[in-house]
Design a protein around this ligand. Structure first.
Ligand code: MN
Length: 388
């Protein structure tokens, strides 16, 4: 086999669920990958532990209050330590980095992703909010700076994998599968009663808290619809959601001749992470294999966008375009945080988002700075709704 340069990887958000699994993938393929950068917001203890174990060149703690703690803990290691988001924006542009895995939570990932694209890096995109908020801008930039965006989200990885080798064959539509979360089949009355602990019990996937709540509220699928629009250049009519409780079919593509392709496997995020980091190669691993005999019945149902309003709101935001998805996302982040603090009920989440989408100023063609402004204004507005 041809000798190949190792890919140097920056993991933005290494202490989260995706970050931890990415470290496992990198550790298992030392011949392909080299860990260059780790960043975290606040989880100093785990960041320090990861740095000692995996020996990156650089570690960045985004919350500057923790700089000395991290710096001191790593003073005996040959590791550079920086603090603050500005440092992240700088490091992703350096020659030490080939691939930037964006695994941080929420809108916070936007600015550093933009910087990495400007530097022409490969983006392994795990932070879906980036494309939801600023998909139009990001996809234009990616073309301009010749930066490739490879999805890590399992549904989008599935679609991406289905499209390999299809070059310019036209798509008729894509079908995003959704597990339906822990409240699949619930009525509105039942949804009113659910508690934080119920919402955090996802049937198939182990994920961070924010995305687990988004899965229960179906906002995760709404965000993924918009993410897919920008990743694959689709119109809203070309994107369908289907509920598939077993989470084995990770998503499907239908071509102009009616032929369907699907990507299947056990629900294990390490696979889409590994695929994104290794693309176009498929690397060996010892992950558990799927057997059809263990799943004699794969089932599919129509999503209930009347009870799970977030689906309808996401399509609405996608049709409107401009900064509407940015408003939706910011309101959702605030609402989910409030739900996790047990300040609001589960059914209040879509109510707050809808109200915010009605009240905030619509901007048809936002600039990058407009997105930051919209995000801030929406957060303030949604928080004020929660207070009252
Ligand atoms: Mn997903």
């Amino acid at each position: 086999m041809q000798e190949r340069k190792k890919r140097r990887i920056a993991i933005l958000g290494s202490t989260g669920s995706i970050g931890k699994q990415a470290l496992e993938v990198i550790e298992n393929h030392p011949e392909h990958f080299e860990l260059s950068v780790l960043t975290a917001n606040n989880s100093t203890a785990l960041l320090i532990e990861q740095a000692k174990k995996y020996q990156p060149n650089t570690v960045i703690i985004c919350n500057e209050n923790y700089y000395l703690e991290v710096k001191d803990a790593l003073s005996d290691e040959p590791i550079k330590v920086f603090a603050g988001n500005k440092s992240v924006e700088q490091i992703v542009q350096t020659d030490d980095v080939d691939i930037v895995l964006t695994a941080m939570v929420g809108f916070a990932g936007l600015r550093s992703t933009v910087k990495a694209i400007e530097a022409g890096k490969i983006i392994a995109l795990a932070n879906k909010e980036t494309l939801v908020v600023a998909g139009e801008l990001i996809s234009q930039m990616a073309i301009k700076y010749r930066s490739s965006i490879i999805p890590v989200d399992s549904e989008h990885s599935a679609i991406f994998q289905c499209l390999v080798g299809e070059n310019h064959n036209p798509l008729e539509k894509i079908i995003l599968t959704a597990s339906g979360g822990p409240f699949r089949g619930f009525t509105y009355e039942q949804l009113k009663q659910v508690k934080k602990a119920d919402a955090l019990k996802h049937p198939n996937w182990t994920m961070g808290q924010k995305i687990t709540i988004d899965s229960a509220s179906m906002m995760n699928k709404g965000l993924e619809v918009i993410e897919a629009k920008w990743l694959f250049g689709l119109s809203p009519e070309q994107i369908e959601i289907i509920i598939h409780p077993q989470s084995i079919v990770h998503s499907m593509v239908q071509f102009s001749d009616g032929s369907l392709k699907a990507q299947l496997g056990l629900p294990d995020m390490r696979l889409p992470i590994q695929y994104a980091l290794g693309f176009p190669e498929r690397l060996e691993n010892n992950f558990e294999r799927f057997s059809f005999l263990d799943y004699p019945q794969l089932s599919f149902e129509k999503p209930d966008s009347k009870t799970f309003r977030n689906i309808a709101l996401a399509y609405e935001a996608m049709y409107q375009g401009g900064n509407m998805a940015c408003i939706m996302n910011a309101a959702n982040e605030v609402a989910v945080a409030a739900f996790l603090e047990e300040k609001i009920d589960f059914v209040n989440i879509p109510e707050l988002i809808e109200k915010s989408m009605e009240q905030l100023t619509f901007v048809k063609e936002p600039s990058l700075e407009d997105y930051f402004l919209t995000d801030e204004e929406t957060r303030n507005y949604t928080k004020s709704l929660i207070k009252n």
